[in-house]
Design a protein around this ligand. Structure first.
Ligand SMILES: [Zn+2]
Ligand SMILES: [Zn+2]
Length: 145
């Protein structure tokens, strides 16, 4: 195979991985991305998926949502937005409530009071906030069990 063909094949994988990340709102991990693509791209490896996702992060094309249930999760939606993480099923959900800043100013006031002894205060960037709890499906499942 010529170098040019290898390059084309490489960028095809790269494009496919980015496309999967951008086409879902589930905030998947690398394994999930790999599972979506392996039938279309038989010579794709999980290591290649990891390597490309790391490159996307460095290039600002993908963000990390953090580690959920031992697996790092990623988001193809890069503008800052809060997330809700279910501690039961591991779902990561975009949380776009417009009233959030007002609610958070109250929390920030409380934090200011807490930090008074040090003479400073915390500044909270709500857009990067992760809320932890239980999603509606899991709450329902627990109450009917
Ligand atoms: Zn859940
Ligand atoms: Zn998100």
């Amino acid at each position: 195979m010529s170098i040019r063909n290898a390059d084309r094949k490489h960028s095809k994988k790269r494009d496919a991985i980015l496309e999967v990340l951008r086409s879902t709102t589930t905030h998947p991990g690398a394994q999930w991305v790999y599972d979506q693509l392996k039938s279309d791209i038989p010579d794709l490896s999980l290591a290649t998926v990891y390597r490309n996702i790391n490159l996307f992060r460095q290039e600002g094309l993908v963000i990390s949502v953090g580690v959920v249930e031992g697996e790092e999760r990623f988001d193809g939606r890069v503008e800052p937005h809060p997330h809700f993480v279910c501690g039961c099923c591991g779902r990561v959900i975009d949380y776009d409530a417009t009233e959030l800043p007002a609610q958070f100013s109250k929390v920030m006031e409380n934090l200011k009071g807490t930090a008074d002894t040090k003479g400073g205060f915390f500044a909270i960037d709500y857009r990067k906030t992760v809320f932890n709890g239980f999603c509606a499906v899991c709450v329902k499942g627990n109450t009917t069990a």
